[in-house]
Design a binder for this molecule. Structure first.
Ligand code: SAM
Length: 227
């Protein structure tokens, strides 16, 4: 049987879910369903489309990348979303991870510092009829205080430390998933807000769990790295 391009992509997506995600430890069925439903090929530039389901990051222009499928799934799983949450995402990039989050949460606000990427992602998300994602241009390391608190915050770029502002914007019980840069590697880390008051220096009011090593572009901004 000869499949059209859409059929080929659907097959590749199903293969990606089974082989790159489920067999490599992603167990949240809602995350697997979302990853199996969002057409990643729509979020990569035309010339990389045939590699959309490769087990790797791919260039999206402006020196940035769409993350490897496994890392998008791992971040989504670590957020432990149930469906009604307000999520803040930092690092919209292509808009792919925001489209996945849109299937897992009630509302997603995503911040991108590169205006051109934010514009393209916003247009694509609208074209795809995804109504619960808002794309904002700005420095996500400073959060979005006027829209806080957030049930969950996902950061798709590596920071030197958890940004104080993002911790302040987490609702009680909320989870911040963020790659933290170390000399050896970036470490994907979850900070859960377990206390009303938080002291990031002593760790009081925060629970920290390391998921594992990963590789990310730097978070550039006031509470990230300098440009
Ligand atoms: N999640 C994206 C996707 O699905 O395509 C990929 C994100 S890419 C690995 C990281 C993105 O973070 C880049 O687009 C970069 O411009 C953005 N970024 C870096 N620092 C930022 C900041 N302070 N605020 C907002 N976006 C930032």
């Amino acid at each position: 049987m000869r499949l059209g391009l859409g059929g080929e992509f659907a097959e590749q997506r199903a293969w990606m879910v089974e082989h790159q995600l489920r067999r490599r430890g992603i167990g949240d069925e809602r995350v697997l369903e979302a990853m199996g439903a969002v057409p990643r090929e729509r979020f990569v530039p035309e010339r990389y489309r045939r590699r959309a389901y490769a087990d790797s990051a791919l260039p999206i222009g402006e020196g940035q990348t769409i993350s490897q499928p496994w890392i998008v799934a791992a971040i989504c799983e670590a957020l432990e979303l149930e469906g009604l949450e307000r999520v803040l995402e930092i690092g919209t990039g292509s808009g792919y991870s925001a489209a996945v989050l849109a299937r897992l949460a009630g509302e997603v606000i995503t911040i991108e510092r590169v205006e051109e990427l934010a514009r393209t992602a916003r247009e694509l998300i609208a074209e795809m009829g995804i109504a619960n994602v808002e794309v904002v241009v700005g420095d996500g390391s400073e959060g979005l205080p006027e829209r806080a608190p957030f049930d969950s915050i996902a950061v798709h770029a590596a920071a030197p430390a958890p940004p104080r502002q993002l911790i302040d914007e987490l609702a009680l019980g909320g989870r911040l998933v963020i790659p933290i840069a170390t000399d050896a590697a970036d470490m994907l880390t979850v900070f859960s807000r377990i206390g009303e008051s938080v002291d990031p220096t002593t760790g009081e009011g925060l629970k920290r769990e390391v998921i594992g090593p990963c590789r990310f572009v730097p978070l550039i901004g006031a509470e990230g790295f300098p440009e």
